[in-house]
Every structure is written in structure tokens, then in C-alpha cells.
Ligand binder design. Structure first.
Ligand code: NI
Ligand code: MN
Length: 227
């Protein structure tokens, strides 16, 4: 197995690959869907997609406790570094070979203001190529965009897509995203955290599996999937 991905509820993910633990958008405190707590979490690296509180979340506290390196866009990385943690700033379209794989930031159609009102740069998604060559695309908070087709051209093994609607793609646009990306496997996230983004992931999975070749894996918070 090249990569194991765990969904902790909302948009919070853990990945294990090449012996490293990577957290994505670690939102535990105040997250009604969280399957664990920030103080129980370990991370070598933390990826932050954009500045909103449900994504920056507990990144600072976890990084301070564990010494993990936070990877985000340049503006968020600078903001976090000023608060005493190690960071690595990248930007959209730029990739870097980290110990756990080659990580590229992708565009996302969303906002990115930081919790204290600071400028959070542009929101991003993540395209990770593991050291064994598997491609994982985490769209993060975004609306549908046609250039998902370009991302799909890379050959996506696993796509993690929001389906909650209101703040991000809803089920209809997330289905169109699957058609553009043509991933082998899909995991839906960013739904059922609050009533405002309530969705039926199983109904969505059926539509995706009827209309595309992708296999959908509906996880419960705390559950994992490996490729
Ligand atoms: Ni957001
Ligand atoms: Mn969000």
C-alpha cells in the first residue's frame, strides 16, 4: 500500500505514506463531526488549503506540540511562521519534492481570509504524487471548474471532493467534477458537519457509480481507505 487516507470528519484528513504522517486541514476543536481530538493527533507534516477557521483549525497547536512542518500558500505560511512554527510556503501551480512525495498546489474557487482577518492569499487544493507514483487529488473547498479536466490528465488514483453545497460544490457539481477528473476512486467530504451542508453521500455514490467508472468510498469519521 502506497498511501492510507483517514477521514476525521468535515474536511480533515490524515495520510500515511512512506512512513510519514500528514494531516490535511486539521479541524478538531469545535468540529461536531470530528472522530478524535487535536491533542491525540500526531503529524510530521500539516497541509493547510486556505485561511478559513474550519481548515486552519488546530494546525498551530498541533505543530507547536509535535514540531511538524506546515505546508500552505505563501501568505498563510508566513502568518503561521510569525506565530512560531516551521512552515514551507508554495503557491498554485508550484510543486515541491517533500520527503513524503511531490506536492503541487492546485487552484480552488473559494475564499481564504484568516481567522484574525489577515489576508490569506488564494485558496488551494493539493495534488500529491506519492514516492511510489500514485496520484491523490484533494480538491479542498472549491466550486466546480473546467480545468479539473487538466488535473485529470495527470491520471488520478484517488480524488477527495467536497459535496456539501452552500460553501463548496454540491452533489450535482461534484458528479460533474468526477466526470472531468476521471479518478479511479473518490471519497466525498465537507458534508453533514452542520445542517447547512447536510447531504446523503450514499445517494451521491450511486449516481457517480451509475454515470462514471469511478468507485466511491463513503467513509465514517475515523475510517480509512488505502491505495
Ligand atoms: Ni472554506
Ligand atoms: Mn470549509
Amino acid at each position: 500500500m502506497a498511501l492510507t487516507l483517514t477521514w476525521y470528519g468535515h474536511a480533515t484528513l490524515g495520510m500515511e505514506t512512506a512512513g510519514y504522517k500528514i494531516l490535511v486541514d486539521p479541524f478538531f476543536s469545535g468540529n461536531p463531526a470530528a472522530s478524535t481530538t487535536a491533542d491525540k493527533t500526531q503529524a510530521d507534516f500539516i497541509l493547510v488549503s486556505h485561511g478559513h477557521g474550519d481548515h486552519v483549525g488546530d494546525a498551530l497547536a498541533i505543530a507547536k506540540r509535535t514540531g511538524s512542518l506546515i505546508i500552505s500558500n505563501f501568505e498563510i505560511a508566513s502568518w503561521l511562521e510569525q506565530q512560531g512554527v516551521k512552515t514551507h510556503g508554495q503557491h498554485i501551480g508550484g510543486g515541491f519534492k517533500h520527503p513524503f512525495g511531490y506536492l503541487k498546489l492546485t487552484q480552488a474557487l473559494h475564499g481564504s481570509a484568516l481567522p484574525d482577518g489577515s489576508y490569506g492569499g488564494n485558496p488551494a487544493g493539493f495534488l500529491l504524487t506519492t514516492n511510489e507514483g500514485q496520484k491523490v487529488y484533494i480538491a479542498c473547498d472549491t466550486g466546480l471548474f473546467g480545468d479539473m479536466r487538466l488535473i485529470g490528465e495527470e491520471g488520478i488514483d484517488l480524488a477527495v471532493l467536497p459535496i456539501g453545497d452552500n460553501f463548496t460544490m454540491g452533489p450535482d457539481d461534484a458528479l460533474r467534477a468526477v466526470k472531468l477528473l476521471q479518478p479511479k476512486h473518490v471519497i466525498p467530504v465537507h458534508y453533514n458537519t452542520w445542517g447547512l451542508i447536510a447531504q446523503d453521500p450514499h445517494a451521491w455514490a450511486e449516481r457517480v457509480q451509475t454515470e462514471t467508472e469511478a468507485k466511491v468510498h463513503v467513509l465514517q469519521p475515523g475510517q480509512s481507505f488505502s491505495i
